[in-house]
Write a new protein. Structure first.
Length: 261
């Protein structure tokens, strides 16, 4: 059976190849092109590797590309720094333990409970593991069953949350999918991630479309406008931090701002 990470590696190569025009890399369009993207042999040539070898990589076969090969592919496909890092992560060998739900240390729980602004902790699968009173007032995490306390499920499959973000929902949700892609692909094939992916596919037609695009984005700070059912329009700046106790834990803090963008 194929290694799921190798399959994602190949799918990512194919998705970037199909989005890159010949003109962008100085190649003639030609008359017989059926699509606007590059051909496999063109990527192989640009990367300085054999066509058969590249085809095996794109097909997700159990082959281990060297760092040099990965870097050459990144240059050939004009990958961004985030995309390049993602390709390198997928190319790494080594056994990976099955996913287990993280446990938030008491010291971190006490820390977020002491904050006045909304704050919560998520794990690798984006499950919401702990939150403070201010976050409860805004997001109401406690009203959802534990298996539904996942930021992706809440934003993409919950109708009330969709209203919560108003006109900005599409932008917020699409960005989240691209950020989660980077995490998921490294955990591809793990039962916990497969179960989450199935729920997202079943609950959100938009997710299916965005997922197939295979876009990758890094986690960044930003701002959000929310339409709370009782508090009205809320404007926040948000940022996140990794915990030293367990890098899988991410602290997300929302700071209220006046007026928004």
């Amino acid at each position: 059976m194929a290694d799921p990470r190798r399959v994602e590696f190949g799918d990512f190569l194919r998705s970037r190849r199909e989005k890159l025009s010949p003109k962008a890399v100085g190649l003639p369009m030609g008359r017989r092109r059926r699509t606007a993207g590059l051909r496999r042999e063109e990527v192989a040539q640009l990367a300085g590797i054999g066509v058969d070898w590249y085809i095996r990589l794109e097909q997700g076969r159990t082959v281990s590309p060297s760092v040099t090969t990965v870097d050459a592919l990144a240059r050939a496909l004009r990958l961004s720094k985030t995309e390049h890092a993602h390709l390198k992560a997928l190319a790494r060998d080594g056994a990976r333990s099955a996913f287990t739900r993280e446990i938030v240390p008491p010291s971190i729980r006490r820390m977020i409970e002491s904050l006045h602004q909304p704050a919560y902790i998520t794990g690798r699968r984006w499950d919401v593991l702990a939150w403070n009173a201010a976050a409860e007032e805004v997001f109401g995490f406690s009203q959802f069953p534990e298996r539904d306390r996942n930021t992706l499920l809440l934003v993409l499959t919950n109708k009330q949350t969709r209203k919560f973000y108003g006109a900005s929902w599409t932008e917020v949700a699409k960005r989240m999918v691209a950020m989660f892609r980077a995490t998921h692909d490294v955990w591809a094939g793990d039962p916990a991630f497969t179960e989450l992916l199935t729920r997202l596919r079943e609950g959100s037609p938009e997710f299916v479309e965005w997922w197939e695009a295979h876009d990758i984005r890094s986690t960044i700070s930003g701002s959000k406008t929310m339409h709370h059912p009782t508090k009205g329009v809320l404007h926040f700046e948000h940022t996140s931090f990794q915990a030293n106790d367990d890098p899988a834990l991410k602290l997300v803090i929302y700071t209220p701002v006046e007026g928004g963008d």
